[in-house]
Design a protein around this ligand. Structure first.
Ligand code: DP6
Length: 358
């Protein structure tokens, strides 16, 4: 592993501007439970998405040395001071690793490809995009930087903003969290799944059914805390690591049936954890269950490989191999879209990771 902390840096870069597009990701084995500083209680793995991304531009202007990072934040063209505390906390956390930031004023402008308040978590895409802009500055200051270091440190910084953001730098499959079966895996950054993936899982679609576009009932910060003193926590963390071992084999041998059973079980277990915590929550809505039941019937009747997963909310991610796309999209339009708010769903697929725009 590389050393990420730096003492102090003399920078001759007076001004710079970088724009990164960074995608969201969907976990197959879920991260739910962490300790300080953003250390996951179990390893997780996700598909990196393609069409759901944040695009973030940061203008860096050299100023006199300060004690904290000076910045302004704009979201979709308007200044948004209400987001500043979360970003300020992120800067505080990463400052020991990026001390040069104290010498700049940052103007951050961000937007998402998916509609605001669609219920899609934007912390993974937005925090990874911001981390990448900072790494671009670091690379401008230290041009000899290798790309492996760049990606690893970007993931390391992104994780300090939001755990799942560590899995958004690269693609198509990323593991975050130390796991015996995944060489190079780490609790402090995500690594690409480094085994040969079977062709069955090379091209996968994720259609996100927007069942509830409201503000999250349980923020992820509160959610992860529910795993402290949770009666089933230790078993859950073990189960997740076992599921990752199994999924690693499955991704290599192409076994659709086992893939479906682990992915759906992971989603339901995440929700089971929330239903059995103190306080307890039910984040699924009646339409979530309607959709799940229809997916199961469709799979049975059509010998399909379709399955679902869930985040910490009511929306349903419908996963299926690309070769089923036409038929499944018809099924979604005909039978599932009516269970979505305003019939709204987002068509996404597995992608290769973040891109530098300029
Ligand atoms: C249910 O990454 O949003 O989506 O680290 O507190 O920012 P923080 O949490 P966050 O948690 C994501 C939880 C999840 C499962 C997953 O993506 O693995």
């Amino acid at each position: 592993m590389f050393e990420f902390d730096i003492k102090s840096v003399v920078t001759s870069v007076e001004k710079a501007s970088f724009t990164w597009r960074s995608p969201s990701n969907i976990a197959l084995v879920k991260y739910w439970g962490k300790s300080d500083p953003q250390i996951p209680k179990n390893a997780s793995i996700s598909f990196t998405l393609k069409n759901s991304y944040s695009e973030t531009k940061v203008d860096f202007l050299k100023v006199a040395d300060q004690n904290s990072v000076s910045f302004d934040f704009f979201f979709e063209g308007s200044k948004k001071d209400e987001f500043k505390p979360k970003i300020a906390k992120f800067f505080e956390r990463i400052l020991p690793y990026c001390p040069y930031l104290n010498q700049y004023h940052l103007t951050i402008s961000s937007k998402n490809s998916f509609p605001h308040s669609s219920g899609i978590a934007s912390s993974a895409s937005s925090m990874s995009a911001l981390a990448l802009c900072i790494m671009s500055l670091e690379k401008a200051i230290t041009p000899e930087m290798q790309s492996a270091f760049f990606n690893q440190k970007a993931s390391f910084l992104a994780r300090l903003g939001s755990g799942s953001a560590s899995r958004s730098i690269e693609g198509p499959l990323v593991v975050w969290g130390n796991h015996d079966g995944i060489p190079g895996s780490s609790d402090v950054f995500g690594v690409p799944f480094n085994f040969e993936v079977h062709s069955n899982f090379k091209e996968y679609c994720d259609t996100i059914l927007l069942v509830d576009k409201g503000v999250k009932q349980v923020s992820s910060t509160v959610g992860h805390q529910l795993m402290f003193n949770h009666p089933f926590a230790e078993e859950r963390f073990k189960q997740a690591n076992n599921n990752l071992s199994k999924l690693s084999e499955i991704l290599q041998n192409g076994d659709f049936k086992s893939f479906i059973s682990i992915v759906e079980s992971e989603a339901l277990t995440l929700h089971a954890m929330m239903m059995t915590s103190d306080p307890y929550f039910i984040l699924m809505k009646p339409n979530t269950l309607e959709i799940i039941n229809k997916i199961w019937s469709y799979r049975e009747e059509n010998n399909s490989k379709i399955c679902f997963t869930l985040d910490a909310g009511a929306n349903v991610h419908v996963l299926y191999p690309k070769f089923e796309e036409e038929k499944v999209l018809q099924f979604i339009e005909d039978k599932l879209s009516k269970h979505c708010q305003k019939n709204h769903y987002i068509c996404d697929e597995v992608g290769q990771g973040a891109q530098l725009v300029s």
